[in-house]
Design a protein around this ligand. Structure first.
Ligand SMILES: Cc1cc2nc3c(=O)[nH]c(=O)nc-3n(C[C@H](O)[C@H](O)[C@H](O)COP(=O)(O)OP(=O)(O)OC[C@H]3O[C@@H](n4cnc5c(N)ncnc54)[C@H](O)[C@@H]3O)c2cc1C
Length: 389
């Protein structure tokens, strides 16, 4: 891959940075520190996404027929890098534009797109992702939430956990399973995707206190919740294909390395100002962190390049996710060395990075699983089970 930014890409980046400079409030760092699911950041995201849309930068990479501007995948990444580097003012709405919308474009009905796209485009919609359950995380296919076919739809009963943004979300991209004919647990083929209205009777949301910030993760309970058939995405039996498509988008959807690099640079600058950067321990940690953030950036660019050429997903998507988690950890190692007393009261952005980095290797699926997927799908290596482990 030969890589260099074109003049158009550089101009686009400059447009975004100018917009951020003009738009972000003076206390934005404090808002970001509350966490991506907090009241403060959610309120701000609704205001910010509207302004972003007015500038044509909320969904610029969407096809024009859906209200986007047909921009190339690189421009989407430039936008993601710049927004993530300042702490992601879109809050949970980044999911709408990165993967909820694209999944609906590919698998949704015209009626679903008509229903869900206007609030996304207006910067008003907040979705949550109801995948994980108390005994189904990495092994997602073992999920148990039941969707029993009923007159005109499904009746859903079960529990989800670690659901980000559920406290504020209007819709849940919910995975449940229809009962197998023999009454036993069905496999992947039994999963359905229900685009569930979070205001439906029978849904209870309970916040879980979390290091990542206020209001970020939740338990969500479904007690005989009715979901109309028109809110099912795709056919019964098609869900696993759709989930894989959604996860491919989500895996490299967050350019974490951009935020890590910003924090790395600011921390090194502080160490230099304090006259402490001569210490070989700091130099070692900073050097490693720089190598990790650059490795993550390059691996993600490899994935973007494939997308720009319409190539099918390959192992680089899994490796890029693994590398971005490592870049977060590399910068966190420097930060904890720099402030062994803890980051409370530190620069708000350093603290926000620290909080988000700790969760990064588990949120969006445990990073270790990416190595399993790459080994099995692309290197043809046997699984532990096949090796009798
Ligand atoms: C901040 C945060 C936000 C989240 N947001 C959401 C959300 O919005 N929606 C949602 O549905 N979920 C969400 N999650 C849940 C997340 O997707 C799960 O935590 C993740 O998939 C791991 O599942 P688990 O917690 O059950 O851990 P487990 O699957 O039990 O894994 C525990 C550990 O075992 C390792 N492990 C498990 N199986 C294997 C294997 N086969 N090979 C090697 N190692 C293995 C894992 O790597 C991990 O280190 C969030 C989690 C966090 C921390």
């Amino acid at each position: 891959m030969e890589f260099g930014w074109s003049d158009a890409h550089e101009a686009y980046r400059a447009k975004i940075t100018a917009f951020l400079k003009k738009t972000l409030p003076a206390d934005w760092d404090q808002i970001a520190l509350h966490g991506p699911g907090s009241d403060a950041q959610t309120d701000y995201s609704r205001h910010f996404c509207k302004l972003l849309n007015d500038e044509g930068m909320l969904i610029p990479h969407w096809p024009a027929e859906y209200g986007g501007e047909d921009l190339d995948p690189w421009q989407q990444y430039v936008l993601g890098e710049e927004l993530w580097a300042v702490g992601e003012p879109r809050g949970g709405q980044y999911m709408n534009v990165n993967w909820v919308g694209p999944v609906l474009m590919k698998y949704g009905t015209a009626a679903q797109r008509e229903k869900y796209f206007p609030p996304i485009k207006a910067g008003e919609a907040l979705w949550c992702q109801g995948f994980s359950e108390p005994s189904a995380g990495s092994d997602l296919a073992s999920l148990r939430t039941l969707a029993v076919p009923a007159d005109g739809g499904y009746r859903v009963t079960g529990a989800k956990v670690w659901t980000s943004y559920a406290g504020h979300a209007d819709r849940c991209f919910l995975l449940a399973r229809v009962p197998a004919r023999d009454g036993g647990p069905a496999g992947k083929a039994g999963i359905v995707i229900l685009l569930t209205d979070m205001a439906s009777p029978g849904i209870q949301v309970k916040q879980i206190p979390a290091l990542i910030g206020e209001g970020d993760i939740h338990e969500v309970f479904f007690d005989d919740v009715f979901v109309p058939a028109e809110d099912r995405l795709g056919a019964e039996g098609q869900a696993w294909e759709i989930i894989n498509y959604a996860l491919q988008n989500e895996r490299v959807g967050i350019p974490r390395y951009a935020f890590s690099r910003r924090i790395l640079d600011s921390t090194v600058a502080q160490l230099q100002e304090d006259g402490r950067f001569d210490d070989p321990v700091f130099q070692d940690r900073a050097g490693r962190a720089l190598a990790l953030t650059e490795a993550a950036r390059m691996l993600v660019y490899r994935v973007v390049d494939s997308r720009a050429h319409n190539l099918p997903p390959d192992a680089f998507g899994n490796l890029a996710r693994w590398a971005t988690v490592n870049s977060d950890n590399g910068v966190n190692n420097l930060l904890t060395e720099y402030r062994p007393e803890g980051l409370l009261g530190a620069d708000p952005m350093q603290q926000a990075h620290h909080q988000r980095a700790i969760a990064a290797g588990v949120a969006s699926g445990a990073a270790e699983i990416q190595l399993n997927l790459a080994a099995r799908r692309y290197l043809d290596l046997p699984s532990g089970e096949q090796r009798g482990l």
